[in-house]
Design a protein around this ligand. Sequence first.
Ligand code: ZN
Length: 271
Amino acid sequence: MNYKFFLGIGVAVAIVIAGAAVYTGFAHLNLADSAEHDTLYQVSTISALMQGVYDGTVTVAELKKHGDFGIGTFDRLDGEMIVLDGQVWQAKADGTVVPAADDQTTPFATVTCFSPDIRQATPDHAMNLSEFATAMAAQLPSQNMIYAVEIHGTFPSVTVRAIPGQEKPYPNMTVAAAGEKVHTYANVTGTVVGFYTPVFIQDLNTVGYHLHFLSDDHTMGGHILDMTVPANSSVEYDITPYYTVALPTSGAFTGTNLTANMSGAVAAVEQ
Ligand code: ZN
């Protein structure tokens, strides 16, 4: 494992977990540009978010420099972020979706430059989210890599949630998520945007699939709690071997006890 240290506003540590050099399964991975394009850029850690570190530390403008595709949340945990085709959207607890302004900030987000390496067809029957996760995890070439995941289609059902913005002193995310607003949409055309993350990254990010949704007309979206994936859907995966984590260098993050294993609590609020 290599460690690189970058100096810059808001960027404290960059971790390169696995270079493409050690992965030979896909010959078309271009070593020259993969660090630039195949990097998962992440703001803060899921453990910090779970503990109530909700103050935004990176602007939307900065986030867009690191990717055109991804998910996250906003300052004060105010709604769900969807980044698609270079545009950043905010799905709010009241069910509305609005474009995010460049000067808005995020306490937690993950983005990459999306360029699919693999296309997989789902089975010839419709699946819910847990069935999808099981079926597609088995199709991945390895459970030990980070993948950006995109599915576009017309979904018989998509259930999303968004958490309303929190007030200080911030509650932890288990408490905040209890106030989530849930919306279910039928026969909605749009894009599932998210990531598959290996178990060994559990203190930094969620484990397995973390998916958000945005309708094509940009009126519906949020964090996916469940969905019906139609039979024979095409799922695109972008293998993302590089991993940069921008740790906050000031604010609540620096003084929060992040020694506890939060994976159980993360699974409870994200699924
Ligand atoms: Zn989410």
